[in-house]
Design a protein around this ligand. Structure first.
Ligand SMILES: Cc1cc2nc3c(=O)[nH]c(=O)nc-3n(C[C@H](O)[C@H](O)[C@H](O)COP(=O)(O)OP(=O)(O)OC[C@H]3O[C@@H](n4cnc5c(N)ncnc54)[C@H](O)[C@@H]3O)c2cc1C
Length: 376
């Protein structure tokens, strides 16, 4: 009987496996494919990511340092409203290698990480859980005290144990232009219904273009319009689901969800790497495999930490759908140097930022803040 069977070895699963093995538990981690593939992520993260990876991995993983974002209400020719810091705000990393590095760290801690194992059944019982997996045409069953469902946005574990789905799932798409770009700024285009399109300079790895939108949006056409507007030739197009809005419950009788399976993402960017690993740490600190009632402590701990940030993230996202003139006013009022942490929207709602917004909304001279500019 294992203490934990972890289903899925992305950032969340690898982190649960590593921390639980470090704590002395017997851990089996099952990944349906090869760790890190297929890629469906920009790997644009706050510098907090380095707290989760071994020091020596940084040189291999880091592709570019980002100091700010140019927000635009139209295409590449439209006015950019820069938000920036004098120090780096975020990093662009090699996401495939990140997953491999995190999985290796879990293995080094003593977790048994097996690739090519697809979990197809999770049966919770009074004394333990039976996890069924398919590997090399065989069906295998593993007994465990607890299951960590870290199997991404379309979670099999979530479905098997009847936990609720996230409120919303966006459809994200991205592709790469191989021309190197070591620029300091990402571009964010508020041109997509209820979300945005982006351009990310990835250093020697080229440039990434992407967008995400609610289902039913013509994502492919919009993506082509974006890359055409930049005159970019892209390859390696890939896509994935982005869950938004955690459901009311992410714990069952002997199962808990972590990462995208629990929709632990930032509603205003869709990013989930850091929130998933943060929640993984809460899970391993709170949960005792010998006492499944401790799952409640995990449910409380991760929500206490991230609830406010997720709520504020929803508020920021609502601004993406405001009418253009109001967006323009808000961007004009707030742009410039800002002291935000990209995973902590609460840092955006500081007194200084609110004062700037108030100045924008009620400018002393009554002038139109943007009368000399026009957006395409
Ligand atoms: C287009 C796009 C761009 C993104 N950009 C960013 C970004 O820049 N920054 C950021 O922070 N986040 C970004 N995200 C979100 C980020 O990719 C996720 O939040 C993150 O991958 C979640 O990690 P996870 O470990 O919870 O799930 P995943 O990374 O999805 O890992 C789940 C793992 O479970 C495995 N699995 C699934 N089912 C089974 C099964 N039945 N049995 C065994 N294994 C299974 C999968 O193969 C996978 O390896 C982006 C997402 C998309 C779609």
């Amino acid at each position: 009987m294992y203490d934990f069977v972890v289903v899925g070895v992305g950032p969340a699963g690898a982190r649960v496996a590593r921390r639980a093995a470090d704590a002395g538990y017997d851990v089996l981690a099952l990944e349906k494919g090869s760790v890190g593939t297929p890629l469906a992520c920009s790997g644009h993260v706050s510098t907090d990511v380095w707290d989760y990876v071994p020091d020596e991995a940084k040189d291999t993983l880091l592709q570019n340092r980002v100091y700010g974002a140019n927000f635009r209400l139209g295409g590449p020719e439209s006015r950019g409203y820069p938000f920036y810091k004098s120090t780096e705000v975020s990093n662009v990393i090699d996401r495939v290698e990140l997953d491999r590095t995190l999985a290796d760290a879990a293995r080094a801690a003593g977790a048994d990480v097996r690739e090519g194992h697809t979990v197809v059944g999770v049966d919770e019982g009074a004394d333990g859980v039976a996890v069924t997996a398919r590997a090399d045409g065989e069906t295998l069953t593993f007994e465990t005290r607890l299951v960590a469902g870290c199997d991404g946005p379309v979670s099999r574990v979530r479905r098997e144990v009847g936990l609720p789905d996230p409120a919303e799932t966006l459809h994200g798409v991205l592709a790469f232009d191989e021309t190197p770009d070591h620029g300091d700024f990402v571009d964010v285009h508020l041109t997509v219904p209820r979300f945005f399109a982006w351009r990310i300079p990835r250093g020697s790895a080229g440039v990434e273009y992407g967008l995400a939108a609610p289902p039913g949006t013509d994502v492919t056409e919009r993506f082509e319009a974006l890359t055409d507007a930049y005159g970019a030739e892209t390859t390696h197009r890939c896509s994935g689901a982005i869950p938004i809005g955690p459901p009311e419950r992410v714990t069952g009788d002997r199962t808990f969800l972590v990462g995208d399976a629990a929709a632990q993402t930032k509603p205003f960017t869709g990013g989930g790497i850091l929130y998933g690993m943060t929640a993984a740490d809460h899970a391993v600190s709170a949960v005792d495999p010998a006492d499944p009632s401790t799952l409640d402590a995990y449910e409380r701990a991760w929500r206490d930490d991230l609830r406010r940030e997720i709520r504020l993230g929803h508020a920021i996202r609502r601004a993406y759908s405001l009418p253009d003139p109001i967006q323009r006013l808000g961007l004009w009022a707030l742009d410039g140097e800002i002291g935000v942490h990209m995973d902590r929207p609460s840092s955006f709602f500081s007194a200084a930022h609110l004062r700037a917004l108030a100045r924008g909304l009620w400018p002393g001279d009554g002038s139109d803040p943007d009368r000399s500019q026009s957006d395409s």
